[in-house]
Design a protein. Sequence first.
Length: 647
Amino acid sequence: MPRVSATLTPRTATPARSLTAPRRRTRVLALPEARWALAALVAFLLGLALDLGGAPTWAFGPLYAVAYVTGGWEPALEGLRALREKTLDVDLLMIVAALGAAAIGQVLDGALLIVIFATSGALEALATARTADSVRGLLDLAPTTATRLTDDGREETVPTSELAVGDVLLIRPGERIGADGQVLDGSSEADQATITGEPLPVLKRPGDEVFAGTLNGTGALRVRVERDPADSVIARIVTLVEEASRTKAPTQLFIEKVEQRYAVGVVAATIAVFAVPLAFGADLTAALLRAMTFMIVASPCAVVLATMPPLLSAIANAGRHGVLVKSAVAMERLGEVDTAALDKTGTLTEGAPEVTDVRPLPESGLDADGLLALAAAAEHPSEHPLARAIVSAARGRGLPVAAAEDFTALPGLGVTAVVDGREVRVGRAEADASRDDGATVVRVVRDGIPVGILALTDRLRTEAPATTAALTALTGTPPVLLTGDNAHTAARVAAATGLTDVRADLLPEDKVKAVRELQDSGRKVLFVGDGVNDAPALAAAHSGVAMGRAGSDLALETADAVVVRDELATVPAVVRLSRAARRLVVQNLVIAGTFITVLVVWDLAGHLPLPLGVAGHEGSTVLVGLNGLRLLRESAWRSGAVQDREG
């Protein structure tokens, strides 16, 4: 089929956009390949309806011709270009087979072959274009301008592309940071989930590192640029995604070599089947008929359908259960994995903090509900994730949340407000404090006197332990935990899910390195993640699965599959479904190969009547197609789910 490619270039003229901005997608019909494939499909279906309805040839013949032209001109052009470079590929073979079928009256067979190829090429073009759109969208996360401080203290607005190492930037509250650098002065919290995957904003003080594209909180910072903008972490994410995608090229090259050899063999054999009898005095029409019969029975229609129906059926079945697998190739690769690597935040956990413990001090005179209501009243005006979790917990218990006055938020210290005439301060017990269980501790102080503490954690998904156990049973080894979060929190999640190989404090490039180390040792890695920081690892892995509900644009587009409903337990289920599909593919290839071999030998060694050749060819196509459709049944998914629960 036609090969497509995309070049990714920075878009420096567009303003930065938030992570919640609408996703920019290439429209399906904006692609020429899709428009031609649609035209071929519509013409074919209309012609088929008239043909089966007994209409005269002049009614449906032109429609088949339209299908030939609209769906076949591009692969024909690609085939001719290959010929000009002295190579043959399946594109040209398919076109010749389709024309050969038409030449001996089997117009329907040829049109079907054209439609299959055109549709496949359109899907490949669409997948490539959407991935390119998403990577460009990531570049938009970094702001296009920054406020640079001159030596005499003046402020000047400059393009971020002109920043140099050593420049000092002023980052105002709510702005996106323009470059990777080090904090010189100021205190604030930065939301750097796009880089590290951490669910909570991280306190930034002098000496701390900040990343381009991350969002500054309520404080102002002076930051010294430490990396050239072209070498920022977010720019390296884009590079890593592109490089990881290119590492799959050797497999594609192998497939192209097989295609070329098959095409050369069939073309050479067809010419021989035509020329040799002709040289010995055979009738021209008889020799041509025999050669075209050979071309038809040797054409890979059954082989194409041997592969596609099982994989497409598995894709459809997975889609009904909330897993979007993007292509037949992606579905096939899922079944090959023998090692799993999992992100933490948003994958094994929900990705948002929740109150897990409320402990009032005995001398406060408050019970647990009273302490929670007091903290929620003070936090209510705040937009901080911890504040939202506290307010949500109070409302979940049906507690009244009093109105707060004189609200003040101090970066890294928490909030202060007047509730029922008394000053209430809510903030972390100490900078980045956490308990032994990995929970973040929040202290509540009333009129200068501590009255209790709240503990908040990123909630573990209920299905996480069963999923890790199922993946262990599938691959024979426990999954590896790869996270940008701190080691203490990662250890807590690992203990709850039975994982022993834990790698924490990882930047995106570190996750890629870990995945590649596993694959260099001979493993085929399944990586499951959700954030922008996971995209390079998703691309580098043998197969990548993204959690869809809160997944970033880039992660969703880079992954081979998306768990739309955020049901983690579907990951091992879809791997089992893929393995079932691969088994059916092997069965179908055996069936298709057997039919082709028998028919070809019959045609070469004896005299294969054209109707019988067509019947055998089409019969094998129908047989492998029906065999592949078995995976559409609900039982195909249930068997995988049952095995997961048993595991």
